[in-house]
Design a protein around this ligand. Structure first.
Ligand code: NI
Length: 646
């Protein structure tokens, strides 16, 4: 029986996420030592991660410095500050005003913004024009404003809100968008500065409720139970996880949510590192409708809101099923307090079909193994949409990231008989604009050591000729991505393209450098023109693969402060130095886009759509690393080894 320690019995480690006490203490130290204005909001408090050498050189029990990284906005002075607070020494070690940026929108601003809009007479008048008089039933969603080069908006902290209306408190309000009504709010003043009220479009006629009472339930499902009578096969120490031969650490912060650290695999007694750090560092959802009510929709859900702030508290049997281990997550509130999200991270094992099989038909003998995967996940709700982030670890050395998209599509109301060009009707008079969801995973690779190189591998057909008389020959060509300018690539499914991260100083028994490859999944490019403001702000979208030389300060694909930023930050800037990439510390950034032409089946709640990628060993192991997975017991006395009588 495996003992899983209670939450709270944490072993100390430099990468442990900040505890609630540490969040509160860091803010208290800052407040004591720096003059914070009365209207200062704490945007985020997260672990100021120690340098790699500190982490990798750490021995249990040794002393280490504990620091918090804090972003604040003084709403009155309209200034953004960054601070690093040493919890070990009880002092502020860095305090810096960051000019001309807008940090992420904080949760309090959402609520205050909604209240400000509801109270605004111009908005109320616009609602009355549409036959709405009970303003308590309105849902006002504050959207980030983006940056479209509009002079009046410069230097202001803005949200542009969209309104929907419920028919009753528990009604799905997204069924009834208030078309052509946008309210612009200055979040620093918390004041409505403009109401953009266009043509009145009738509210769509149908409800779109999805409770069992409203939707009805089928009655032909028998129970399914996932039981692990001896408990799960993983062990947990604080935020360190060991599962079979895998070993890794989890982190969580308000901006990125779940972070994986120091992922390694124990291969024949040797701990072999693969990844130093992995997370989704940004995402953006550009919408494809050019009309005034739509072109601004392009949320950066990580950088503009903080996807960790929006994490759900999960429930066993609902969000995850089986023998679940939950990690709580700690985020901050805007006053410097701590919020503990119970059960924010779910970890469990799943049966995943077969791992491998062969039936020897001459001897009627079978060997087959079940595949088991470890799942570590969290789900965030961003207004109308849900994103689930699932990391999987497999017994054959594979790592996978799957993003699950669900929730309610961002929509609008169409006039009766209208068929908009830039999207689809999903229900009578309910319009879903075309859009895409781009995610960027930052993978700080460490394949058998810190110094790695990245190759692109394409399969190429040989030309016809004496060596290829029947024109069947093809071979794989590996090309070193030697500098950052060469390491900006897109997928090519027709050449079976993948990217291989190798350790040139470590070879396997076949004399090849050990490697992991990044295998793209479904992907797409943006449809944005070269001068599109959102493309400038999210230049990372234009390439699926970027490789950079490691720099501790280069953390986010769209830069540190994408909210209302004019653009050019992040990856396009990081690669300007065109640093050499061969046999050095490399960071692989993979952008993957989900293309969404809405369907009626996406309404009223979208069934999960999945997108992601795999990291797979290539010559990292000597042979199939899952060969030693033990056979399972057959059910009902059958024999797994006999192909015909089982
Ligand atoms: Ni979508």
């Amino acid at each position: 029986m495996v003992a899983v320690p209670e939450q709270g019995l944490r072993l100390s480690h430099p990468l442990e996420p900040l505890s609630a006490d540490e969040v509160v203490r860091a803010c208290a130290i800052l407040r004591e030592q720096r003059p914070l204005g009365p209207r200062t909001r704490v945007v985020s408090v997260s672990l100021h991660e120690p340098p790699k050498e500190v982490v990798l050189g750490y021995t249990p029990g040794a002393a280490f410095e504990r620091e918090a990284f804090i972003v604040l906005i003084d709403s009155e002075a309209r200034k953004t500050y960054e601070a690093v607070v040493s919890l070990t020494r009880g002092e502020v070690v860095r305090w810096e005003h960051i000019p001309d940026v807008q940090p992420a929108i904080v949760l309090d601003e959402f609520f205050e913004c909604e209240a400000a809009v509801r109270a605004d007479p111009r908005w109320q008048e616009a609602m009355r024009k549409r036959g709405v008089t009970d303003f308590d039933l309105a849902m006002v969603d504050p959207w980030s404003a983006g940056n479209f080069g509009i002079e009046d908006e410069k230097g202001r902290r803005l949200s542009r809100t969209l309104t929907w209306i419920r028919r009753a408190p528990n009604d799905n309000g997204y069924a009834r968008p208030i078309e052509n009504l946008i309210t612009v709010v200055d979040l620093n003043e918390m004041k409505v500065i403009a109401v953009e009220d266009g043509e009145v479009v009738p509210l769509p006629p149908e409800d779109a409720n999805y409770s069992p009472e409203a939707a009805g339930t089928r009655n032909d499902l028998k129970p399914i139970e996932i039981r692990q009578p001896e408990g799960p096969s993983f062990q947990v120490d604080g935020h360190e996880v060991r599962w079979q031969k895998w070993r890794l650490r989890l982190g969580f912060n308000p901006r990125e949510g779940l972070v994986l650290y120091t992922v390694s695999y124990n291969d024949q007694g040797q701990e072999r590192p693969i990844l130093y750090r992995a997370s989704i560092v940004d995402m953006v959802v550009p919408y494809g409708d050019p009309r005034p009510a739509y072109f601004r929709r392009n949320a950066f859900d990580v950088g503009e809101y903080g996807i960790g702030n929006l994490a759900n508290q999960l429930v066993n049997g609902c969000d995850c099923l089986g023998e679940i281990y939950y990690f709580d997550a700690v985020i901050n509130d805007s006053r410097g307090g701590a919020i503990t999200l119970k059960n924010a991270i779910c970890m469990h094992e799943e049966d995943y079909g077969i791992l491998w099989k062969h039936y020897d038909w001459r001897t009627d003998y079978t060997e087959v193994r079940r595949s088991r995967r470890l799942v570590i996940s969290f789900i965030a709700t961003v207004g109308n949409y849900e994103y689930g982030f699932y990391w999987y670890f497999y017994q054959d050395g594979t790592i996978q990231l799957e993003v699950k998209l669900t929730g309610i599509i961002s929509n609008g109301a169409a006039k009766p008989g209208e068929r908009p060009k830039w999207g689809e009707l999903v229900a009578p008079q309910v319009y879903g604009p075309n859009h895409q969801h781009f995610f960027c995973a930052r993978l700080d690779m460490m394949v058998d050591g810190l110094n790695n190189s990245v190759y692109e591998v394409n399969s190429v057909a040989d030309p016809p000729g004496p060596e290829n008389p029947y024109q069947n020959a093809f071979h794989a060509e590996a090309t070193l991505l030697a500098r950052e300018s060469e390491a900006q690539r897109v997928i090519d499914p027709f050449s079976g393209r993948y990217w291989k991260v190798v350790n040139p100083s470590k070879t396997n028994r076949l004399g090849q450098p050990v490697a992991y490859k990044l295998v793209p999944g479904e992907n797409v490019l943006p449809f944005l023109g070269p001068d599109s403001p959102v493309l400038k702000r999210a230049g990372f979208m234009t390439k699926h693969l970027w490789v950079t030389r490691y720099d501790r300060n280069e953390k986010y694909a769209a830069g540190d402060y994408p909210n209302q930023h004019p653009g050019g930050e992040g990856l396009p800037k990081y690669v300007q130095a065109n640093r050499p990439l061969d046999n050095t510390e490399v960071v692989v950034w993979y952008t993957f886009g989900a293309h969404h032409i809405p369907r009626p089946e996406d309404w009223p709640v979208m069934p999960v759509a999945s997108i992601g990628f795999h990291l797979k060993p290539v010559g990292f192991f000597e042979r199939n690393p899952g060969l030693d997975v033990p056979p399972t017991s057959p059910v009902h006395g059958a024999n797994c080894h006999n192909g015909h009588s089982g």
